[in-house]
Unconditional design. Structure first.
Length: 273
């Protein structure tokens, strides 16, 4: 065998090795594509399931938003009604203030007339003193009489000052009391034993349809009192106190506008029974 034959044999060997490597590579590539297709089908099936779950969550969210919108509309209507009531109450208070102002003017006019009368009395006392000085024979008796009259005048002035101060204090107290009564829709005949004191606390535990709060008997809270529950100025509901301890109380939820949770703020609500 010559050199050319040997070269051809070597080339044939090399080409055989190359073709064998190419066949092995093609085989492995075919297996890899099959695995990739299976994996893609699995991913597509999983994504379809997730898409269905997301669509269900979207439907639930839409329903929840509709309920919340209805609740907010109802709360807004209640606030508008409260605003109208507050305006009417303010107009009534303005009318009572005008009546009190008229009464004040009448009292002031009466006091002015009394002061003028007192000045006339003082002038009369001065005239009496002058007459006493001209009556030498009855000097001592007249002087004693003038002293008595002067003491009475000073006593009357002191009484008048006390009465004026008392009248002013009574007028202020009457105005404040009327304002408080009107603000809480009370009258002088309204019972006060069931009115709770103004206390504030927080919800420490939610027990189904009841709540436990951080205020109790030491704060003035009693059974039957009503407390209002809120969170950051949002009205959540109200509860009626059913059991009272020294520094804790349990209330039954009588109205729930939104879910109540621990840490929510509570305060008493004035009610007349």
């Amino acid at each position: 065998m010559n050199l050319v034959g040997k070269i051809f044999i070597v080339l044939i060997l090399v080409m055989s090795i190359l073709f064998m490597a190419f066949s092995i590579s093609v085989y492995h590539t075919h297996r890899n594509w099959q695995d990739l297709v299976k994996k893609l089908r699995t991913d597509v099936s999983r994504l379809d399931d997730e898409n269905s779950q997301l669509e269900d969550r979207i439907d639930k969210t839409k329903d929840q938003l509709a309920h919340e919108k209805a609740a907010r509309t109802k709360a807004l209507a209640g606030l508008e009604t409260s605003l109208a009531d507050e305006r009417t109450r303010r107009e009534n208070l303005a009318g009572e203030r005008d009546n009190l102002q008229e009464r004040n003017d009448e009292i002031y006019a009466d006091i002015t007339a009394r002061l003028l009368e007192l000045e006339n009395l003082q002038q009369r006392v001065t005239e009496l003193r002058s007459e006493v000085r001209t009556a030498q024979q009855s000097r001592d008796e007249s002087f004693q009489q003038v002293r008595q009259l002067t003491d009475k005048v000073h006593e009357a002035k002191g009484i008048r000052n006390i009465l004026e101060q008392r009248l002013q204090q009574l007028t202020q107290d009457f105005t404040k009391a009327t304002t408080v009564l009107k603000a809480y829709d009370l009258t002088v005949d309204s019972p006060v034993h069931s009115i709770p004191p103004q206390v504030e606390g927080e919800v420490v535990k939610v027990l189904g349809n009841s709540i436990e709060v951080s205020v109790g008997e030491h704060d003035g809270l009693k059974e039957g009192h009503t407390i209002v529950v809120s969170r950051r100025d949002k009205y959540l509901g109200r509860a009626e106190i059913t059991r009272v301890g020294p520094d804790r109380a349990v209330g039954r939820i009588s109205y729930r506008n939104a879910p109540i949770q621990e840490g929510d703020r509570v305060q008493t609500k004035v009610e007349v029974r």
